[in-house]
Design a protein around this ligand. Structure first.
Ligand code: NDP
Length: 313
């Protein structure tokens, strides 16, 4: 029978959550972790991972997550399937509700529910996911050395991804739906000055094509105007950079979020505005969004929870 009381409840199972489980279990906090909708998190939808230290020959996102998960279980972490559907942070111990209807009481909570990349909503995006479509240039850009790639979006992320890819790929197309970039001026200048980046303004993607792997995108220029024009752009890679959405729906009203919905931490530690509730990984980080930074903040959250418990015996 599962215990419904814990010193430390971890919500979410990417690199941040599993690392927090590893550290809190080694600290004898007997953590309980709920894995959520996508056990292993965003990394399980990427292919190879070559930039996580300790894997000189690379690994896959799924294997990496399974490794950290097993490491946490080895030290006693209680990892459970299930989705947290409601939280009550109004008093300690905190109470959370699981989708099977049960409730758990927790003395501390680490939120590591991650963020979800936004997609255009085309069926083809799912069809070619990992076969040419990606939402992370830092993760997957390396596989496009000397190839033709496109980045969709006009914000700082899109510009950053286009610049990153321009040092790897032969040609980079930045597909922007408006007649201007939203990114900061300095990023715009860098993109416009880069000889192998071509910005396609007033352009929307309406479909993708390819036999087995992605081979190109169906684009529409000046959509809805008398100058509307369709064209096909041959591509090896198609990168989405139209923003991320933090997975904080259930925490609205319970904890302080920034204007984009990310959990606010105090900037030095992983502490949130609720004493005893900590946030780690992409759910509190719109900037770095890397597996290694998420894992690092999971470690920090575990140490913060441990110290909090020691001070509130
Ligand atoms: P943004 O929300 O700033 O930009 C999203 C971009 O995607 C916009 O150009 C938007 O177009 C476009 N877009 C959104 N939906 C669609 C769609 N359906 N079809 C086509 N295009 C679409 O997100 P970012 O991730 O770029 O940035 C998030 C925050 O993080 C920002 O505050 C940014 O400044 C910051 N950031 C800072 C960095 C830095 O300082 N180095 C690096 C990365 C991010 P439109 O303009 O038409 O709405």
């Amino acid at each position: 029978m599962n215990s419904n009381k814990t010193k430390c409840l971890i919500i979410g199972s990417g690199p941040a959550g599993y690392t927090a489980a590893l550290y809190t279990s080694r600290a004898n906090l007997s953590p309980v972790l709920y894995e959520g909708h996508q056990p292993g998190g965003q990394l399980t939808i990427t292919t190879e991972v070559e930039n996580f230290p300790g894997y000189p020959d690379g690994t896959t996102g799924t294997e990496l997550m399974e490794d950290i998960r097993r490491q946490a279980i080895k030290f006693g972490a209680d990892i459970r399937p299930g989705i947290i559907t409601a939280v009550d942070f109004s008093k300690r111990p905190f109470t959370v509700t699981v989708d099977d209807g049960s409730t758990i009481e927790a003395e501390t909570i680490i939120i590591s529910t991650g963020a979800t990349a936004k997609f255009l909503g085309l069926d083809d995006e799912q069809k070619y996911m990992g076969l040419g479509v990606s939402a992370c240039a830092t993760c997957d850009g390396f596989f496009y050395r000397g190839k033709r790639v496109a980045v969709v979006g006009g914000g700082d992320t899109a510009c950053e991804e286009a610049l990153y890819l321009s040092n790897i790929a032969a040609d980079v197309f930045l597909i922007v739906r408006k007649d201007h970039l939203r990114a900061s001026k300095v990023m715009q200048r860098r993109v416009l000055d880069k000889p192998n980046i071509r910005v396609l303004f007033n352009t929307n993607t309406v479909g993708l094509y390819g036999e087995e792997f992605l081979e190109g995108a169906h684009l529409v220029e000046n959509k809805g105007t008398e100058n509307e024009q369709r064209m096909d752009l041959e591509l090896d890679g198609f990168f989405l950079a139209i923003g991320h959405k933090p997975n904080t729906e259930i925490f609205k009203g319970a904890i302080e979020l920034d204007e984009s919905g990310y959990i606010k931490t105090d900037g030095i530690s992983t502490a949130t505005n609720i004493e005893g509730v900590f946030a780690a990984g992409d759910v509190a980080d719109p900037h770095y969004r890397q597996a290694i930074t998420a894992a690092g903040s999971g470690c920090k959250a575990a140490l913060d929870a441990e110290r909090f418990l020691a001070a509130h015996q």
